[in-house]
Design a protein around this ligand. Structure first.
Ligand SMILES: [Zn+2]
Length: 116
C-alpha cells in the first residue's frame, strides 16, 4: 500500500504503522518538533526556573522548610501564576509545587516553603 511520508510527502511503501519514508525524515521530524516545542515553552520555562531559583535561595541548601513573609518572594519577583503542580493536604491546605520545591500560603502575609 502506497503511503505519504509525514514530513516530505513522498510516496513510499512499508508496514502499516510506518509514517516516514526514511530514518532521516523521521529524525528530522522529531528535531523540528522539539525545536517548535522549545520556542513555544521558553518564556514559561524561564519563569518556572526563576521561581525555583528564588525558592532555593530563600530556603537555603540545608533547610527543609522555612516560613517567611510573602513580600520576600514578591521582592524577588516570584511569579505566583506559574507552578508545576499542586496538592491539597488533609487539612485542605494547597501546596503549590515548583519542581522539587513547594510553597503554601499560611496567611495573607506568610508563606511556608518546603523542599519535597
Ligand atoms: Zn520523507
Amino acid at each position: 500500500m502506497k503511503k505519504l511520508c509525514r514530513l516530505c510527502k513522498k510516496k513510499f511503501t512499508g508496514r502499516a504503522d510506518k509514517i516516514f519514508c526514511s530514518i532521516a525524515c523521521k529524525n528530522d521530524y522529531h528535531v523540528r518538533l522539539r525545536r517548535v516545542t522549545i520556542q513555544a515553552t521558553k518564556s514559561i520555562d524561564e519563569i518556572l526556573h526563576r521561581n525555583r531559583s528564588i525558592l532555593l535561595e530563600l530556603l537555603g541548601k540545608r533547610n527543609k522548610k522555612v516560613k517567611m513573609d510573602r513580600y520576600e518572594l514578591e521582592k524577588k519577583k516570584f511569579n505566583f501564576n506559574y507552578i508545576t503542580g499542586y496538592d491539597i493536604n488533609k487539612s485542605g491546605k494547597t501546596y503549590h509545587h515548583v519542581y522539587d520545591f513547594s510553597y503554601m500560603t499560611f496567611s495573607d502575609t506568610t508563606i511556608l516553603i518546603v523542599r519535597r
